[in-house]
Design a protein around this ligand. Sequence first.
Ligand code: ZN
Length: 151
Amino acid sequence: MNISDELYQQVILDHNKKPRNFGKLEGATHFAEGFNPLCGDHYNVYLTVDDSGIIENAMFEGSGCAISKASASMMTQAIKGQTIEFAKSLFDQFHKLVTGETVTDDGNKLLGKLQVFAGVCRYPARVKCAALSWHTLTGAIDESQDTVTTE
Ligand code: ZN
């Protein structure tokens, strides 16, 4: 195991055990439900967005595998206090990262801690686990009424 694999394992386990921003967000302005039938990951994502498009708060609840939970936990941390536009471009970079596309230096700078998910691209079955909460976030931003599914 190399260093990045070890870091990846540590971060995933830590966020799985102690998910950040976990629970229902009362008074949320945006909400979506996401489901990954291949793995059984199932989460709700809640946002409070102010009039200027800043995500004041982001929370999630639900259950699933360690990767999906860690990804949701780190996503809420990464987007809190940021704009909707930032969250969307962060998802673009995150999606490239987990699907094994080339991420530029600027992209990596944007991703920050989320770079630990680079290891996921080597496990194609896990890509949907890692991306589920982000797809759900997009559903919440777009105010989609339907359950967001990875299939
Ligand atoms: Zn999963």
